[in-house]
Design a protein around this ligand. Structure first.
Ligand code: NDP
Length: 398
């Protein structure tokens, strides 16, 4: 079989000779009891770069030993890109949300042998899920592999926005020492109202991680959390996003992108927020209206916006979010720490082992199967597509 793997570029200076740390902590499982990815074996060293082209997700030996062909490329956007050329006879395509290969309807239809699209990470909105259903292409992802990595990033971003870390760090780098400049936008998080849109694996973990800061915690989700969890975290449940945003100082967005959540945060929603609130969005860029976010930062309706997700990715060099005021954006990194890479590389290997051996893939990994939403997909996604406009990614220049 032919496996096409679309990964982000290697480091500009080439693959590292050594890494800052010698090992990774050993985790015994996920908080809800789900087990970590468990392939029969791995051919990579956890803690090394696996998500870039030379890292190959540690798959080459495993695949080639079994007689399969592995093609790895970062060239994924624009007419005639390598990924499009290789897709036409590929059986499996692997892509990462950080460097998404946008599998639009046209691309799916061009790939007559395609049986499965694997997301090396979480969030399969870069695949036209409707087209995948219509063309019987299964879609799977490595549920939970980087959820807690993202929750850590959210905490970092909430604190850095509210305390105005980025501005203060810049003052130091510029050789300055004006304390008044440094603190005129700086507050304590303690006592603030912090809410999440969606309390799934990431949203709930972010709430748990924020609890020790003595904040008031709120959430909205389509399904309510168990009473015991609400009591443990002293949570306030809201039955609508509007209700949540009207009382929160900080809103973090943690739902998947699908047609019902696309542009959920538009001018109208942002204007229902408290003046000077903060948004941290590590879910998907398209859940927010790009222009509305920039306008709200300019007007002061929002005090800060941070996250690591953009649309499209890579973000064009002149993407508005690179230059808007009071933002704390990173490229899409929260779920691809070296720690997370080891888990999703192992998860992809587990999925491929099941696929080749005809064994069932874990139910929580399923998004689309046999022409319909399945597993997590049936729980968290809706039919339709959210890939429109992704061709703009070709405008990014290194
Ligand atoms: P989960 O599936 O555990 O959680 C998703 C939650 O979103 C579920 O609780 C689901 O509700 C809820 N949800 C779905 N639709 C809506 C809606 N319309 N309004 C409110 N809530 C909704 O996934 P994770 O927490 O692990 O990941 C969430 C998302 O975060 C991913 O889909 C992905 O887009 C993004 N992500 C980003 C990463 C990064 O690197 N920045 C890495 C990993 C994920 P219910 O289950 O109750 O139906």
């Amino acid at each position: 079989m032919k496996i096409l793997c679309v990964l982000y570029d290697d480091p500009t200076a080439g693959m590292p000779d050594s890494y800052p740390r010698d090992d990774l902590p050993i985790l015994s499982g996920y908080p809800d009891g789900m087990s970590l990815p468990s392939p029969s074996s791995i051919d990579f060293t956890p803690g090394e770069l696996l998500g870039c082209v030379s890292g190959e997700l540690g798959l080459r030996k495993f695949l080639e030993d079994q007689g399969h062909t592995l093609v790895v490329t970062a060239d994924k956007d624009g007419d005639g890109c390598i990924a499009d050329r290789e897709l036409v006879d590929a059986d499996v395509v692997i892509s990462q949300p950080f460097w998404p290969y946008y599998l639009t309807k046209e691309k799916i239809e061009s790939a007559q042998n395609l049986k499965m699209a694997i997301t090396a990470g979480i969030g399969s909105d870069h695949v036209d899920l409707q087209a995948a259903m219509d063309n019987k292409v299964d879609v799977v992802e490595v549920t939970y592999c980087n959820s807690r990595s993202v929750a850590e990033h959210i905490v970092m971003m909430i604190l850095s926005l509210v305390r105005d870390y980025h501005n203060q760090h810049q003052i130091v780098k510029d050789g300055g020492w004006n304390i008044a400049d440094a603190v005129q936008r700086s507050y304590d998080v303690e006592g603030m109202h912090v809410g999440t849109v969606a309390a799934g694996r990431i949203g709930l973990d972010a709430l748990r991680k924020m609890k020790p800061f003595d904040v008031h915690l709120h959430y909205f989700d389509i399904h309510k959390l168990p009473d015991a969890v609400e009591a443990e975290l002293n949570l306030t449940y809201h039955d609508s996003v509007e209700s949540l945003v009207s009382v929160c100082d900080v809103v973090t967005i943690n739902c998947p992108l699908h047609p019902k959540t696309e542009h959920l945060f538009d001018d109208e929603m942002i204007n229902k927020m408290k003046r000077g609130a903060y948004i941290v969005n590590t879910a998907r860029g398209k859940i927010c209206d790009k222009d509305a976010i920039a306008r709200a930062l300019e007007s002061g309706q929002l005090s800060g916006y941070a996250g690591d997700v953009w649309f499209p990715q890579p973000a064009p060099n002149d993407h508005l979010w690179r230059s808007m005021p009071n933002h704390g954006m990173t490229p899409h990194t929260s779920g691809t720490s070296l720690s997370a890479q080891a888990r999703y590389a192992a998860g992809v290997r587990e999925i491929l082992e099941c696929f080749f051996e005809g064994k069932p893939i874990r139910e929580p990994y399923l998004i689309v199967q046999n022409g319909d939403l399945a597993g997590m997909g049936a729980h968290s996604y809706t039919r339709g597509t959210a890939t429109d406009g992704s061709e703009e990614a070709a405008q990014y220049k290194k």
